[in-house]
Design a protein around this ligand. Structure first.
Ligand code: B12
Ligand code: SF4
Length: 572
């Protein structure tokens, strides 16, 4: 009997096989249609890092393979001009199986839309070795374990927070009577036990009992630290000039809210459990010592659930590290809990910008459809308070919820324009397995197409009130109206900030004609004539090279004068 098991933990590309193939076809055609661009940048897979930490502590030999990251890098360096998706899997996944005798393959399934990619990996592993045990975990497998196991590809699914259960399972695989043990474990499912009714997500009570996430097992770690999604945002929304080195961190798990569109509770439950401040500081010390981190991305579902704890945390962080950190809360803070004292504390600890997840600008939708029930007037008051303390504010909205009418969606867009904040992200609703709204959509037959082929960013819902194409058009239009045509910095003649924002955007989406147009206006506003002319030349080039871009610019009355070659904007 073997003692140390060789475990490969894998993250699939975060998108469906269909979308990956579409993307590769676009690359081969040389098409760079920005309207289809999705933010692909990889984020450190924290779930896998926690699992790797726990398995290593239990004496297993763990390796991590992040195929989302590998896909992103291949895309960046032109690999797909010569190769297709099956080459990619051969080079970046099959090769690992060939050179290592893997006892257990663990695959992370966080996103509905990645289910076909996850399955592809499992099938490849099964073909390469019939003895390797294939274990799946994450959000959608926790909810859909029966359907997934029916396909007959996976050996086990671990439900919920799997640090302890995965160690238990892998330890058990070594010994006899594994089937019997799994049958009786309420958090692990296999073919024999899948129809048992007592199976449920494992929830870790004592978060401080967890080993640190095994960042050091992550290959090419600098790619995550230097190139995080938020790093680019920080660069564009704040004045910070120094090199940004980011790490994601969790200080709590769980969320007590009952937003109908959210699925996070199915894995992490509704009860908040918190790490002690001592544990968090130890974690941060370690991140500094090893990776020189200066930007912390708090991924908690509700970081500021307790104002007392948040203040204590801020005080400790400030006393320990002074001005070292920029703090980011990519999932938003509980805005209704923010008071002036808390904002001052957060700012002193390093918060320069803040995300507010508004979701809808319509009271009825807030209360009856989302059950989030945010008071829209209160949001305005809190945002005023944040601005008073010079905190940049970004808001999230979602359009196309089941139950919304077009009028309600338009209310959200109008609300966002009126709010006049630094940046607004209008997203499209996707039914997430495990959420209440997914159930409503499924029961009413509103979901279009197969879940495994959905794409976040494109609507996959048809209701009596709207179809997917309408929602996509409204969302696209909303982003242009709110962030570009009504850009806060341009309107308020804060041209330097506008320049920083649009340059930041162009770094991520170099072919975005509206960002190019915004940059031109920002440069003109500052009297930087030479640079403004270069920006215009770039815009003309984009319009010449892409008919789509030209048509879009014209739709918004942004034309390119045939006589002067300059861009103009008419409001008629
Ligand atoms: C960080 C995060 C991201 C990051 C990166 C994720 C990553 N690479 O890990 C980024 C920014 C990329 C991201 C993007 C999005 N996200 Co997100 N994200 C999260 C968030 C906040 C935290 C994930 C996390 O790190 N959790 C902490 C760790 C410890 O938990 P975990 O990852 O769940 O892992 C545990 C278990 O799941 C399990 N497990 C995980 N993997 C495995 C593997 C094995 C083998 C086993 C046995 C167990 C197991 O054990 C782990 C340890 O306890 C979650 C919400 C949440 N609370 O989880 C949403 C969440 C995962 N995101 C979600 C969504 C919808 C999105 C977006 C669409 C948001 C948007 N509108 O833009 C995008 C799009 C992603 C895409 N495909 O395009 C949904 C997914 C639901 C679903 N069923 O699809 C979630 C659940 C949020 C929600 N409100 O419902 N996200
Ligand atoms: S959307 Fe955010 S606040 Fe609402 S339930 Fe999910 S994690 Fe909690």
């Amino acid at each position: 009997m073997k003692y140390n098991m060789k475990v490969l933990l894998t993250v699939s590309p975060n998108f469906s096989i269909k979308m990956l193939n579409e993307e590769i076809a676009n690359i081969k055609r040389g098409s760079c249609d920005f309207t289809k661009s999705v933010d692909w940048r990889p984020a450190a897979p924290l779930g896998i890092l926690y699992l790797a930490g726990a398995l290593r502590m239990a004496g297993h030999n763990v390796q991590i393979c992040d195929l989302h990251r590998a896909f992103y890098e291949c895309r960046e360096r032109g690999y797909f001009k010569e190769n297709d998706l099956s080459n990619f899997f051969e080079d970046y996944f099959d090769s690992i199986l060939k050179t290592n005798e893997i006892d257990v393959l663990g695959i992370s399934g966080l996103f509905n839309v990645s289910s076909s990619s996850v399955e592809e990996i499992a099938i490849r592993c099964r073909q390469a070795s019939s003895s390797t045990k294939i274990i799946l975990g994450g959000n959608y497998p926790t909810v859909m374990y029966r359907e997934i196991l029916n396909a007959g590809i996976y050996d086990y699914i671990v439900l919920g927070e799997a640090e302890k259960e995965l160690v238990w399972l892998i330890d058990s695989i070594r010994g006899p009577f594994i089937d019997k043990k799994v049958y009786n474990n309420p958090h692990i499912v296999d073919q024999k036990s899948k129809s048992k009714t007592n199976k449920r997500a494992a929830i870790i009570e004592e978060l401080d009992s967890l080993p640190m996430p095994a960042w050091d097992l992550l290959p090419y770690i600098d790619g995550y630290i230097e190139n995080s999604i938020s790093a680019k945002r920080v660069g564009s929304l704040t004045d910070k000039k120094s090199v940004i080195r980011s790490a994601s961190i969790f200080t709590t798990r769980g969320c007590p809210m009952r937003c109908t569109f959210c699925a996070a509770h199915s894995t992490h439950g509704r009860r908040i459990r918190a790490h002690s401040i001592k544990y968090i500081m130890r974690h941060i010390d370690w991140l500094i010592d090893n990776y020189d981190i200066n930007n912390l991305l708090f991924q908690d579902d509700m970081f500021n659930f307790s104002s007392k704890r948040t203040k204590e945390f801020c005080k400790t962080l400030f006393e320990r590290y002074r001005g070292r950190f920029n703090l980011e809360f990519p999932n938003g803070l509980a805005v209704w809990k923010l008071d002036e004292e808390l904002i001052v504390n957060l700012k002193r600890a390093g918060m320069k910008s803040c995300t507010v997840a508004v979701e809808s600008g319509n009271e009825y939708v807030q209360k009856n459809i989302l059950k989030k029930n945010l008071d829209l007037n209160l949001i305005k008051v809190k945002i005023k308070l944040l601005k008073k303390h010079d905190i940049k504010v970004r808001a999230f909205y979602i359009v196309g919820f089941v139950g919304e009418t077009i009028k309600m969606i338009n209310d959200t867009v109008d609300f966002a324009v009126d709010l006049n904040i630094d940046w607004s992200e209008v997203k499209i609703f996707t039914p997430l397995v495990g959420s209440e709204m997914h159930e409503i959509a499924r029961k009413n037959g509103y979901i279009v197409g197969d879940m495994s082929e959905h794409v976040y960013g494109r609507s996959s819902v048809r209701t009596p009130d709207f179809n997917p194409e309408q929602v996509k058009d409204i969302q696209y239009d909303a982003n242009i109206r709110i962030n570009f045509l009504n850009n806060k910095f341009l309107k308020e003649k804060k041209y330097e900030e506008a320049e920083r924002t649009f340059r930041g955007l162009l770094r991520n989406f170099p072919n975005h004609p509206f960002a190019q147009w915004g940059l031109w206006r920002a440069l003109e506003g500052q009297g930087k004539t030479k640079e403004a002319n270069e920006a215009i030349e770039e815009l003309c080039k984009l319009a010449d090279e892409s008919k789509d871009s030209r048509i879009l610019l014209e739709k918004y009355h942004i034309g390119l004068s045939p006589t002067s070659g300059k861009a103009y904007y008419t409001n008629d």
